[in-house]
Design a protein around this ligand. Structure first.
Ligand code: HEM
Length: 561
């Protein structure tokens, strides 16, 4: 080693170390997410050392490498050390030092299995990322999501700016000085679209779609993938609510490839919930235009263009969320960017979830033929003997066993399986929840699937699908003591940011399931019950959006007197 380098080596090592720790402190304190700022932070210290020690320019690449390696080491050691404010929260080491592992499980689609295993092993509170904690605890959920609860955690929309302000669902906590107020304003518009009267008015779209679904599936020869058809139905219905129709997948079986756009979008977006800083990076990469996220954005923007061109005479959901109802010129209207992003939430939030709820209910009924017979009896009695109109939503809402089957499915297989999120905004201060202290900027996940299967809330056999637990005489039906604590039931979440479409979704699911069972004898195409079960469960992929494998069935039209 030449004398020149020898003289400066120890100085250089010390400066690299100090530079890396300084950069780490900046990242930790300000959490910059713009790629340009990252680049500056990666280069600033090596350049300063180069200048300060009068090193030759060809030493720069090595200095940058040393800086990045030391920075990574500093970050990892800090996240694993008692200095980290979440040090006291149990969880595997691989999850503590980086969000990459949980992001990997999200992309793989097996986050639901993984979260279940984690909570079984570590208890109700588990650290699942450097600043992320999962709470399988109903009391904590009530505190964090209830009336005085927290805003949502930073999500995939970390690229938020005035031009791309994120949807009603995305990262309020990170980007707005008063996130609760921002949410409240957006929610007020959504709430107008989902009043009881507005939901009844949706029947003009819903009933023809249900009729078409049931006719179309009856026309298919042989085996059909019922899950796919239920997806067509919910997607068409969302098209009716937001864009005055236009998808018509029930007619053309998705000739436009819309469902594929969602299927590709799901795993892509899943990683960004845990690596929000990656959003701007991904969007800046060459070829990003054709990336699934951009394809979905472009698709929804085109739909909004089409709907705006139709004007404000149509009183659908779009009418309210686009502020078309606001006549007073002095009142602020949502910007185009807000409309686009809220519509994106609506398309996904309203279609995939309801399709999952229905597909899973049918799956559960098919794997429990005795319960299917019981439900069929209730429905035949109502529509046949009592002569109730098949479209009578009020009567359907009163059918105990139908509601029990749907609720039990939402409990065991909730469409949003493992991540309802809340975050503690910077400047809010730390909070105490369920006996642990969480500093500001912590993100919390509440996994409905894990909470719903906790024997503290539902017993006996919390993992089993037992609709009887929802009946008033549950103990007599099951022949044993029953725990049925609705605090631990949150498929539609809780509090002021809960699912605004809940009542509409329940109406949809009751109508479709009741009419399907009434009109058809549905049988699994796979005659081996264990294999049928395994294939369906293996096919479930929890990317936040729940993707599903085929639900292959045969249908025989039932004849009623
Ligand atoms: C079975 C069907 C459905 C399930 C299980 C479901 C579940 C959920 C969940 C868990 C949330 C998150 C709430 C939170 O973060 O606290 C949510 C939010 C939301 N859902 Fe649903 N959803 C369903 C159907 C629908 C439908 C049909 C629509 C309407 C088009 C809809 C629109 C929304 C909207 C707009 C939000 C955001 C609400 C807000 O931020 O205030 N959902 N949903």
């Amino acid at each position: 080693m030449d004398r020149y380098l020898e003289k400066y080596l120890s100085q250089e090592t010390t400066l690299v170390l100090l530079g890396a720790v300084f950069t780490h402190v900046i990242f930790n304190r300000f959490e910059p997410y713009r790629p340009l700022i990252w680049l500056l932070l990666f280069l600033a210290s090596p350049l300063a050392i180069l200048q300060g020690l009068h090193l030759p320019y060809n030493a720069l690449p090595l200095l940058i490498l040393e800086h990045l390696a030391t920075l990574t080491l500093s970050v990892v050691l800090y996240r694993l050390s008692p200095l980290h404010p979440l040090w006291h929260i149990p969880g595997p080491i691989s999850l503590k030092f980086s969000n990459l592992v949980i992001a990997y499980h999200s992309v793989r689609g097996k986050r639901h299995d993984y979260m279940e295993k984690l909570h079984r092993r570590y208890g109700k509170i588990v650290r699942i990322g450097c600043d992320n904690v999962s709470f399988a605890d109903a009391e904590a959920a009530k505190i964090c999501m209830g009336n005085k609860g927290l805003p949502r955690a930073a999500g995939y929309a970390t690229a938020e700016t005035l031009d791309t302000p994120g949807s009603i669902m995305t990262s309020y906590a990170a980007f707005y000085p008063n996130p609760t107020q921002v949410h409240h304003e957006r929610r007020a518009r959504w709430a107008l679209a989902f009043t009881s009267k507005a939901i009844r008015d949706c029947d003009k779209f819903l009933l023809p779609r249900v009729e078409r679904l049931l006719r179309k599936i009856g026309e298919q020869p042989g085996t059909l993938d019922l899950g796919k058809w239920l997806g067509y139905f919910t997607f068409d219905f969302m098209g009716d609510l937001f864009f005055d129709g236009g998808f018509d997948m029930l007619n053309d079986q998705d000739a436009g490839g819309y469902w594929k756009i969602i299927e590709d979008f799901a795993p892509a977006i899943a990683s960004l919930f845990y690596l929000p800083w990656l959003t701007p990076v991904m969007l800046a990469l060459p070829g990003a235009d054709d990336a699934p996220i951009n394809k979905f954005f472009r698709f929804s923007i085109k739909c909004v263009d089409g709907r705006l061109a139709k004007g404000n005479a149509i009183k659908d959901v779009f009418y309210y969320i686009a502020g078309e109802h606001i006549e007073d010129e002095t009142k602020p209207k949502p910007t185009r960017a807000v409309i686009d992003s809220d519509v994106q939430t609506g398309i996904i939030g309203g279609s995939d979830t309801t399709a999952s709820g229905m597909s899973n209910t049918i799956f559960c009924l098919l794997t429990h033929p005795d319960k299917l017979a019981k439900l069929r009896h209730e429905i035949d009695k109502t529509f046949g003997e009592e002569g109730v109109d098949l479209n009578d939503s009020v009567k359907l809402a009163e059918l105990p066993y139908l509601n029990a089957c749907i609720n039990e499915t939402l409990r065991v297989y909730p469409p949003v399986q493992t991540r309802i999120s809340r975050g503690i905004p910077r400047g809010y201060g730390g909070i105490h929840v369920a006996g642990v202290y969480l500093p500001e900027t912590t993100s919390m996940d509440f996994p409905p699937r894990v909470i719903h299967r906790d024997p503290d809330y539902f017993s006996p056999s919390p993992d089993s699908w037992l609709p009887e637990r929802w009946l008033p005489d549950a103990e007599a039906q099951l022949g044993q003591p029953v725990i049925h604590n609705l605090d631990g039931f949150m498929p539609f979440s809780l509090g002021p940011a809960n699912c605004v479409g809940r009542n509409l979704a329940m109406r949809e699911m009751r109508l479709v399931i009741a009419q399907l069972i009434y009109k058809y004898d549905v049988q699994p195409a796979e005659k081996n019950p264990e294999l049928f079960k395994k294939q369906w469960l293996d096919g479930l992929q929890d990317h936040q959006i729940l993707l599903k494998g085929p639900l292959n069935v045969t249908l025989t039209r039932r004849v009623h007197a």
